[in-house]
Design a protein around this ligand. Structure first.
Ligand SMILES: Nc1ncnc2c1ncn2[C@@H]1O[C@H](COP(=O)(O)OP(=O)(O)OP(=O)(O)O)[C@@H](O)[C@H]1O
Ligand SMILES: [Mg+2]
Length: 110
C-alpha cells in the first residue's frame, strides 16, 4: 500500500507530503491544487511505466512546465513510500531536471 507521496516543485506544489490512507479524500477551494495533486500522481505512474513523453505531449507540456513558477529551483522531485504486505518499507524517488527526466530508484527495503 502507498503510505505517502512527496512532491517538491511540481507546479503549485512547492513542498508537499501526502499521507495516504485506505481512503483519501482531496478537499479544497478552487485553485487550491486538487487537480495538480492528481496530475502529480498520474505523472508518477507514467514515470513508472516509462511513458512520460506521451503524457507531456497529451497536455501540450514540456518538462519545464512542471516546475513551480513560485520557486527558484528548477528541478522537480517526487518520492513514493510503499509498505509491502510483509510490512517492509520501499521508497522510490525521482529527480526531474528542466530538460530531462532522471530515474533515481532507491530501494530501501528494510
Ligand atoms: N507551474 C506552476 N507553478 C505554480 N503554480 C501553478 C503552476 N501551474 C499552475 N499553477 C497554479 O496552481 C493552482 C492549482 O490549480 P488546480 O487546478 O490544481 O486547483 P483545483 O483545486 O483543482 O481547482 P478547481 O477546484 O477549480 O478544479 C492554480 O491556481 C494555478 O494557477
Ligand atoms: Mg480541479
Amino acid at each position: 500500500m502507498i503510505e505517502s507521496i512527496n512532491l517538491r516543485n511540481f507546479k503549485s506544489l512547492g513542498d508537499v507530503e501526502l499521507k495516504m490512507g485506505k481512503f483519501t479524500c482531496l478537499i479544497g477551494m478552487n485553485g487550491s491544487g486538487k487537480s495538480t495533486v492528481l496530475q502529480a500522481i498520474d505523472f508518477i505512474s507514467q514515470l513508472m511505466v516509462g511513458r512520460v513523453d506521451e503524457w507531456l505531449d497529451a497536455r501540450g507540456w514540456s518538462v519545464a512546465d512542471l516546475n513551480c513558477k513560485l520557486r527558484k529551483e528548477s528541478n522537480v522531485t517526487t518520492g513514493v513510500k510503499f509498505k509491502t504486505s510483509t510490512g517492509k518499507t520501499l521508497t522510490l524517488g525521482w529527480g526531474i531536471q528542466p530538460k530531462s527526466v532522471a530515474l533515481h530508484g532507491r530501494n530501501h527495503a528494510a
